[in-house]
Design a protein. Structure first.
Lengths: 118, 235
């Protein structure tokens, strides 16, 4: 079983995360696309906390001794998912920025040369 | 006649860049050779010197690192329809007189990339880097041999010529970090032919090489890991 106090703390914690993410989404500081992964992860965790039987069942299935351990494991797993997706996003952006710098620089050189011959 | 372009990446090379370009414009090669300097967002007067001396150059609006700078050169080469692109350092290490030797196998269609190598016979003279760096290069070379079955004696040499097919690959994908050994592995994975010709190199005239001694262990781990990762990538 999972203790009531851990349930309560987890619940508050998840709600705060959801509120923070929603706050930034509303202020257009986080795009909808990148907020989805946070909503997905927190809502899955929320399900386990609100309905402990699911958590207990999964704990037994996986042969884990205490339900709270599974909860921590899930949190760590979701953090991994979020950081890996961030790495993917950063890699993409690095490529995009590189492309922009290269193309603008080539264009600037072209414009400069054309002005020379005028 | 093939159109040939020298790509000269330059980062903070204010003391060397003019000499390098003059050595190119004054050289008497059989083939006509154009050049483009890629000023990689230098913080010194490299860009100014290029402007004042009418050196054909592109100023990157932000520093990209050697890989991004060289790739810009390849893009310029493809845009202007060059047949062969030669990477040529702006720091005075490379000798313009070896350019014909390097492009020769490509003109003859013997290979897609030709590396100017310090370590193949008959090459007893010239600057061959410090002892510790030679050992490092040997390790990298052995690593490439394991993962690609090809022996490249000087995989870190930045003096290399490529044909149009390779240029078109490079404008799509060119490694940002440690581009020389990694691009070599990339091309071998794509089944392109790479050959080496012996060249002599000079000491760097001014400034420091981008590989510092205390960073060399870090450098080696990174390069070897990158080779490993490149070799499991799908192309």
């Amino acid at each position: 079983m999972i203790s009531e106090s851990l349930r309560l703390v987890s619940l508050l914690f998840l709600l705060v995360i959801i509120l923070i993410v929603t706050f930034f989404v509303r202020k257009h500081r986080i795009t909808i696309k990148y907020s989805l992964i946070w909503y997905f992860c927190t809502i899955v965790l929320l399900l386990f906390v609100v309905f402990p039987p699911i958590l207990v069942w999964l704990t037994k299935m996986l042969g884990i001794q205490v339900a709270s351990n599974l909860l921590f494991l899930l949190v760590i797993a979701f953090l991994f998912i979020v950081t890996i997706s961030l790495t993917i996003i950063v890699s993409n952006q690095k490529e995009q920025i590189k492309l922009l710098i290269q193309e603008i620089s080539i264009l600037k050189e072209k414009v400069k040369n054309e002005n020379k011959f005028k | 006649m093939k159109k040939i372009l020298l790509i000269i990446p330059a980062y903070n090379e204010q003391y060397n860049i003019l000499d390098t370009v003059t050595s190119i414009t004054k050289s008497k090669l059989k083939n006509k050779v154009d050049y483009i300097v890629i000023n990689d967002g230098s913080k010194d007067k490299t860009g100014l010197i290029c402007d004042e001396n009418n050196i054909n150059h592109i100023d990157l609006i932000h520093n990209l690192g050697i890989g991004g700078a060289v790739q810009t050169g390849y893009k310029y080469a493809v845009n202007n329809d060059y047949d062969i692109a030669v990477q040529f350092d702006g720091d005075g290490q490379h000798d313009i007189n070896y350019v014909e030797k390097i492009i020769d196998p490509i003109i003859k269609g013997k290979c897609n990339m030709c590396i100017g190598s310090r370590f193949i016979l008959p090459n007893k003279e010239g600057f061959k880097s410090s002892k510790s760096r030679r050992v490092g290069i040997k390790v990298i070379s052995a690593f490439i041999k394991i993962f690609t079955k090809n022996k490249i004696y000087d995989p870190t040499s930045g003096f290399r010529a490529v044909d149009k097919k390779v240029m078109l690959e490079f404008i799509n994908e060119y490694p940002t970090e440690y581009p020389e050994p990694i691009s070599t592995v990339m091309l071998l994975k794509m089944k392109y032919e790479i050959s080496e010709v012996p060249v002599m190199m000079h000491h760097r005239k001014e400034g420091e090489s981008s590989i510092h001694t205390w960073k060399s262990v870090y450098y080696m781990i990174n390069v070897l890991l990158s080779i490993l990762i490149t070799s499991i990538r799908r192309y």
